[in-house]
Write a protein that binds this ligand. Sequence first.
Ligand code: C2E
Ligand code: MG
Ligand code: MG
Ligand code: MG
Length: 281
Amino acid sequence: MYRVKHDGRNGFCFFTSEMQAHSARTLQLGNALRHALTRGQLHLHYQPQISTQDGHVVGAEALLRWQHPELGSISPAEFIPIAEDNGQIIPIGEWVLRTAIKQLKDWMDSGLPPMIMAVNLSAAQFRQSNLMELVTSILDESKVPHRYLELELTEAVAMDDPQLAIGVMDKLHTGGIKMSIDDFGTGYSSLSYLKRFKVYKLKIDQSFVHDITDDPDDKAIVAAIINMASSLGMQTIAEGVETAGQLSFLRLQGCNEVQGYYFSKPLPAEQFVSYLQKQGQ
Ligand code: C2E
Ligand code: MG
Ligand code: MG
Ligand code: MG
């Protein structure tokens, strides 16, 4: 057994064989990630975001996919934290932004109705001092109006350094770029900070949506989030909507948008267009 530094801050823990296997996989993925972009193994899928008012698709969330020739398809929940640790998230995140914005431009040029493209932002990207310049230069090069981009930041990242978050959000807001708070409800929001965040939309985490038709606590939490957002002048979208029952509860509560398998899984770009066409959009 080795004694290794565990969390980089304090404390030590013992290295077990399970941890050894885990770190071997982490190392393997970390190395493979260095080539993932140049070898064309990364792709984006797009998940429709639907208005509860009229059922129209009003946005798309870009979600990263990694298809490795030997390791198969690897979940972003597994590889994004690794990319975050080894710095690869910076070039990968920039590629995601460029690809999603270019896709939106292509859709608009082909006559699809304008919609919002939502792109997930990592903690490391959020802390980059040139984020605003990067985002605006990509939008301006593609000639996409700033108001069509929404950047999603998780509540946990925003609350990790609220002062920084306030500054970055102010800057993006001034530049006409929308911000939303992802996985809302899981990250210990301080309400006094939340009201200072220039946030346009709260994304209600799917863990609250899952049992919304049965669990009175989840019903109460979701209703409270929707009411609070509305009082603060923010929109709401519920993630992970899988059933008609969940949808009707959310609509009744005044949730603005919904996203989830009930409507569609995240789709490759061509299938996203077919989905829109099937909806008559
Ligand atoms: P997220 O941003 O909260 O994305 C929502 C996740 O829920 C996605 O998982 C989506 O496929 C999944 N989902 C959507 N509808 C349903 C549903 O009805 N039921 C269930 N059970 N799941 C649903 P995915 O694509 O595996 O992404 C996982 C996480 O990885 C994302 O969570 C996000 O935090 C991160 N991620 C994905 N793409 C990117 C990216 O380009 N950049 C960064 N920084 N993070 C990303
Ligand atoms: Mg997201
Ligand atoms: Mg989420
Ligand atoms: Mg998440």
